[in-house]
Design a protein around this ligand. Sequence first.
Ligand code: FUB
Length: 357
Amino acid sequence: MQKVLLSWSKNRKFSPLIYKPRTMKKILVLALMSFGAFAQQPLVSHLYTADPSAHLFQGKIYIYPSHDIDAGVKEDDMGSHFAMNDYHVFSQTTPAGPVTDHGVALKLADVPWAGKMLWAPDAAEANGQYYLYFPAKDKEGVFRIGVASSAKPEGPFKAEANYIPGTYSIDPCVFKDHDGSHYMYFGGIWGGQLQRWKMGHYMANDDSQPANEQPALMAKVAKLDKNMKVLAQNPRDVQILDASGKILLSSDHDRRFFEAVFVHQYQGKYYFSYSTGDTHNIAYATGTSPYGPFTYQGVILKPVKGWTNHHSIIEQNGKWYLYFHDVQLSGKTHLRNIKVTELKYRPDGSIETITAY
Ligand code: FUB
């Protein structure tokens, strides 16, 4: 007896494939194995997407990810292979629901100050306008953070002529506090260049890290002006402390900040979460002010497939969700796919650690 499987052929039409029963069984087992190894499936597969920043706007979930492409740039420790050049915005009604791609929301060619590499963005709403915050290398190769605005959450967004003065490095996260103030967090080491600013000014050829017994490099935070387009103050360090109140050290690769900040509030506390980079966890620390200091609490998401780990956290109808990425579709670190899973708090406010596999 022969069985028929439907396959997606090159000319984009389903065509029947004829298999013997034993081959058929093998195919089904392989398919189940590869599906079962991944607890969550990619939210979209027609594009490579990463660094998902999810927000609830107008009662819908909007996702602002990076749009990964294969730019043919050789992989290195400075992330040169992440040579992205536009953003798409996606939306869904619930995390389990279908995803709409709203098309190109902003492209590199339309950002007057930017030279290359559109990395992880974030978005915020204020005064009935939507703001997209994004890092890019300027024409001199220095990462800066830009802002673009739109009347609609899905864009298209119009970029300002210059980057936001006083910003540098990567991975902006814009957090709205209960009083309506917005705070921008940013920073990322290695390819994100934060180490080049350790003396308060840019040092192009100095990628050295503080010595092991020195405080680790810290993310930055500054309040945003009400117009959402400039900082209202000079950026300051975001301190992460251990349980005894000591600042995390440069040698503490398991816990120190590397990149990918996301900030949210739960039961009156501020949760500062981030990637530990070369140890690949999404970790978190909590505090009582958006400026910190934050006390290290643990790991939210264990390493995913691919080098980078990047996330965001939202609440919808009393449930909490973690948006993240891995490389299920491509197997390549620079061609990622976004995913979502439920996130759970324990009664004491700590977060249950998530393992994606
Ligand atoms: O997508 C490029 C970079 O990879 C992001 O800015 C980092 O957070 C890492 O995910």
